[in-house]
Structure formats: C-alpha cells, structure tokens
Design a protein around this ligand. Structure first.
Ligand code: GLA
Length: 392
C-alpha cells in the first residue's frame, strides 16, 4: 500500500515536472517582427536576413524589438522519418544557418507551426509530431514559436496546446510559446500555465475598421494579462500603407496601452520617417514594457470618445484619450481628477495628486503647462492623446 502511494506520488512529480512552460520568459510583452502581415507566404532566407539587418541598423533593436519570426510557408513536407522539411529553394542553407545569423546580430529567432494536421496555408502541421518538432526547433536555435489552430478537427484546444508546451519543455531550450487560436476557446481563461501569449481574436488587416474592431474586443480581458502571460490582439500593421499616420499612431498607442505583444508587421528595410516616428517612440513603448505588466482598462466610455488608463510601476499611470469617430472632437479633460483616479495603491507610495505630478504628452514629447486643471483638448478623427502622469 505504502509502495503504491509512494510510486503514485513520484509519478505525479515526474509528470508535473514536464507539465510546465518556461517561466522566466516574456516578463514584459514580447517585441519583434513577423513576416505574415506584409509578406504572407512570400518568405525566404534573403528576406529574413534583410529584416534582421534592418532591425539591428534602423534603431528597432535599440528600443527593444528582438524576435525575428518567420510565419507560415517555410515548410513543405515531412521526410520518411517524419522530420519537417524546409523549403530548400527559399531557405537554401536551412534554419540553423538563419538562426545563427539572427543570433549573431544580437536578435532572437522565431518560427511558426500549427496544432492541426496542416497549417492555415496548407503546409504540414505539428499534430502527432510535437516532441519531434520541439527537438528540431531546439536544435536549430529557435527562441519563439507561434502555434496556430487550423485543421484541428475535433482536437481540444487546451490539451493540444499543453502537449506542445510539454514537448518544448522536454526539448530543454527556453522558447516563448505563442498560442494562436483566435480566442475561439477563451484562452485567457486557461492559457497562462500553457503559453506566454495568446491571440484573443481573428486576424487583423491593414484597415481602421479591422484594427479598432479588434481593440473593442479587448475591453473585458485586462485581468487576465500580466508578466509571463499576455493577451495578444494580433500583430501590428503600422507602416503597411492603408491607414493614415494618425490611425497608425492610434493603433500603436492602443496596443501599448493594452500591454500587447509588439510584433511589427511591415517591411523594416524600407520604413518611412513617419513609420519610424511611431515604431521607435520610446516613451510609448515604455508603457507597453512597464514592469508592472497591467493592461489598460476603460475609465470612461462615451461611445466614440473613451478614456483608457494603464497603471504603471511606481504608482504612475498612462492615460489615453481616444476619438474613434470620423469627426474631430474637442473634449473637456479634468487632469486633477485623472491624476487621482484608478490609483494602483499597493506599494505605490503616496497617491498621485496634481501638485506632485508632471503630465507628459508622449507624442509631442513635452510636459503640459496647464493654466487650469480642466482644459479642452482637440482630438482629430481616429486619433489619440497619450499622457504619462509622472511623480515629481
Ligand atoms: C492564421 C493566423 C495568422 C497567420 C496565418 C498563416 O490565419 O491567425 O496570423 O499566421 O494563419 O497562414
């Protein structure tokens, strides 16, 4: 009896030992680049190396972008041993070579697969090959895996993703695990012990309606996000050309307020000065990367006009005024009230008051000089104002 008890206990210990993700990763939302939004299936070694070069030379690396992620279509088949086969025409030197190149730039390497039998673009999926693939990825030097949800038949989401988590853990190389099941099975409720980020919606496209539609679906999810596990409203479209400068600024600001993963989705090799102004805005990025790891909540909802607040480390906060409408708006903002409100108190020191705080406009890169504590602020259509309330 005692023996059975001890061996059951040991078995549970062993199984638990493998039932875990790599805990020390993604303490702040992952930052990097992914090929899908701009290039779709048109990926190659030349492109990925060019992107890695650009990430290092454009200033992106300096402000925190690090993962270079190849999305779908790098894989063509499996060999007689079930090993995944890389497209030799597009990646003539294979993945280890590419990983080494990316690492030599001080960056990290990410790859894509799918929990189903085939990926969304019809390439071989991971189903039934989880442990084998995880070992291959570890051997190549992969640092990040995006795992999709096409062609899954009757598979159950949590157990499918847990299998891949366990496979990655068993392979022994710390890999950020990005779940891409589009929110279909409410991953925010179960994915924290499984992966480091989980998609919350279907795919974004390069339009205001798609972007703001996705943003609208994040409102009730704030409590699920935190260091090591993030809601993922999908990759960025900034710089892809179909939204206005103002709209891209809004897109980027909202993603940073949400503590969303920041995966640029544009061609880093040919960025306009405007695109760089957005993707390299350190003060906005600092909100996303704040160590407290809070996702913003909606403080005032007047339909087209909303105020969002994100608590920051040290008792500071960010406030975002959002005009979703097609008209410009002039809104009366009570900065004294915003200063006191939504205070994250535990360990945060004395509450912020207008007298002990400096208010900084993070797109103008200037502190406000207020004559009154309530003032009218102009918001063009589809725009934001983002302020940081800083303890003096
Ligand atoms: C799904 C994902 C996308 C992308 C494509 C690739 O649609 O949600 O982000 O990875 O598959 O086929």
């Amino acid at each position: 009896m005692k023996k059975i008890f001890i061996s059951t206990f040991l078995l549970i210990l062993i199984l638990n030992g493998y039932s875990q993700k790599f805990e020390q990763l993604a303490k702040t939302p992952p930052m990097g680049w992914n090929s899908w939004n701009k290039f779709g299936c048109n990926v190659s070694e030349t492109l990925i190396m060019g992107i890695a070069d650009a990430m290092a030379s454009s200033g992106m690396k300096d402000v925190g972008y690090e993962y270079v992620v190849i999305d779908d279509c790098w894989q063509v088949s499996r060999d007689e041993n079930g090993e995944i086969v890389v497209d030799k025409e597009r990646f003539p030197h294979g993945m280890k070579y590419l990983a080494d190149y990316i690492h030599s730039k001080g960056l990290k390497f990410g790859i894509y697969s799918c929990a189903g039998t085939k990926t969304c673009a019809g390439r071989p999926g991971g189903r039934g090959h989880e442990y084998q693939d995880a070992r291959t990825y570890a051997k190549w030097g992969v640092d990040y895996l995006k795992y999709d949800w096409c062609n899954v038949g009757t598979q159950e989401a949590k157990s499918s993703y847990s299998t891949m988590r366990d496979a990655l853990y068993a392979a022994g190389r710390p890999i950020v695990f990005s779940l891409c099941e589009w929110g279909s099975n409410k991953p925010w409720e179960w994915a924290k012990p499984v992966g480091h980020l989980w998609r919350t919606t279907g795919d974004i496209n390069d339009s205001w309606n798609s972007m703001i539609g996705i943003f609208n679906q994040q409102k009730d999810l704030a409590r699920y996000a935190g260091p090591g596990g993030w809601n993922d409203p999908d990759m960025l479209e900034v710089g892809n050309g179909k939204m206005t400068f103002e709209e891209y600024k809004t897109h980027f600001s909202l993603w940073c307020m949400l503590a969303a993963p920041l995966l640029a989705g544009n061609d880093l090799q040919v960025m306009t000065p405007e695109t760089k102004t957005i993707l390299l805005n350190k003060e906005i990025i600092a909100l996303d990367q704040d160590t407290l790891g809070r996702q913003a909540t909606c403080f005032r909802d007047n339909g087209d006009y909303q105020i969002w607040i994100k608590s920051l480390a040290g008792g500071e906060k960010a406030v975002c005024l959002l005009n979703k409408s097609d008209e410009k708006k002039s809104v009366l903002v009570d900065f004294a009230l915003l200063c006191q409100t939504n205070q994250f108190r535990r360990g945060a020191g004395a509450p912020l008051q207008i007298e002990n705080c400096r208010i900084r406009d993070l797109w103008e890169h200037k502190d406000l000089t207020l004559k009154e504590t309530s003032v009218y602020i102009d918001l063009p259509p589809h725009s934001v104002k983002v302020y940081r309330f800083i303890r003096k």
